[in-house]
Write a protein that binds this ligand. Structure first.
Ligand code: GZL
Ligand code: ZN
Length: 330
């Protein structure tokens, strides 16, 4: 329950005191009733930015789910800056929100601010991305994707697609350096291809999950290598940029260069159907309802699982159900 400081709130307190006198329940009971009454849950949510359609879909999912769940949302967008996320978390602590949720832009550097949240007795939920910390008590749980598995799905498609190839030259355009999806999509992909020396990763460059940088990276890679068989791109936004560069170089995406991408945005599914992309590994941003369910449990003092994973699949050129797919919603 947010502690009140302004005049309006002082008035509210007076009304509350009158209500207590009339109803006879003590502030503690009233307060307890307040917290378990869903409309009273105040959730502080720090979103990392607006870098992709995936991220916009994730933000919308959280905001719509909060409305459906009757959760009051304090939303802050850090515009790709970790220090802005740290500031947002500090403001949630000052407001004494019931629960803090955040999508950490990178995995490291959160211990100090999460120590402050712990001292303030506010439970913390990491969403979408993870943090690295030696102190597991600094957050209660994680909700989002299994990025390792996403990387493995990408690798398994490559094994299937290139079953008869003698050599496979791969370039990788990775996401934000030191973010969980970047680290784990890379690791899962490599784990599946390890041991088969036909597969050579020529180079990995970071496009920071941005379309514009994805195009620049692909232009660079095309200028350096004249035999690229596969592009593995960590998100659809960068893939859309890379496809522009491939076509401007006079090559045919999906044919001259096999393209494997992650997220599952509508634009990528449309390009898969058009034969310009060969595999789209799903990473759903639509986790708002899961976040609200977990936040309500935390606000009510209930325990939650350490990890809550979303259900995901991949879509490939070998699928027969592409035309019957429902709209992706992001
Ligand atoms: C993955 C998410 C990534 C998306 C990108 O869960 O963190 O960040 O794959 C987004 O599109 O930028
Ligand atoms: Zn080749």
């Amino acid at each position: 329950m947010k502690k009140s400081h302004c005049l309006v709130c002082q008035l509210a307190l007076v009304c509350l005191a009158c209500a207590v006198l009339l109803t006879g329940c003590t502030p503690a009971e009233q307060d307890k009733a307040g917290v378990t009454d869903e409309s009273q849950i105040l959730l502080g949510f720090s979103q990392l930015g607006s870098e992709s359609a995936w991220r916009l879909g994730n933000t919308k999912s959280v905001q719509d789910a909060a409305k459906r769940a009757g959760v009051q949302l304090m939303y802050e967008n850090a515009e790709q800056k970790q220090e802005k996320q740290i500031k947002a978390i500090r403001s949630f602590i000052a407001y004494q929100v019931d629960v803090i949720a955040f999508s950490p832009i990178v995995e490291d550097g959160w211990d100090n601010v999460l120590q402050e949240a712990k001292k303030a007795g506010i439970p913390v939920l990491t969403t979408d991305r993870r943090i690295n910390t030696a102190d597991d008590s600094l957050f209660v749980g994680f909700v989002g994707s299994d990025f390792y598995e996403e990387g493995r799905r990408a690798g398994r498609f490559v094994l299937q697609k290139m079953v008869d190839a003698q050599h496979v030259n791969i370039v990788e355009i990775s996401g934000t350096i030191d973010s969980t999806p970047m680290r784990q999509r890379a690791a899962g992909f490599r784990e599946v291809l390890a041991g088969d020396d036909r597969f050579i990763i020529l180079e990995s460059v970071s496009g920071d999950f941005l379309r514009s940088k994805g195009k620049e990276c692909m232009q660079e890679l095309l200028s350096r290598y004249d035999d690229i068989d596969i592009l593995y791109s960590h998100n659809d936004a960068m893939t859309l940029g890379a496809i522009e560069a491939i076509e401007e170089a006079g090559l045919t995406p999906g044919k001259d260069i096999v393209i494997v991408t992650v997220d599952g945005e509508q634009a990528a599914i449309d390009l898969l159907k058009a034969g310009k992309i060969n595999c789209v590994v799903e990473c759903t941003p639509l986790i708002g309802d899961m976040i609200m369910e977990l936040a309500k449990k935390l606000a009510a003092g209930e325990s939650i699982p350490r990890n809550t994973y979303s259900e995901e699949r991949s879509f490939t050129e070998f699928d027969t159900d592409l035309d019957s797919l429902p709209p992706r919603g992001y």
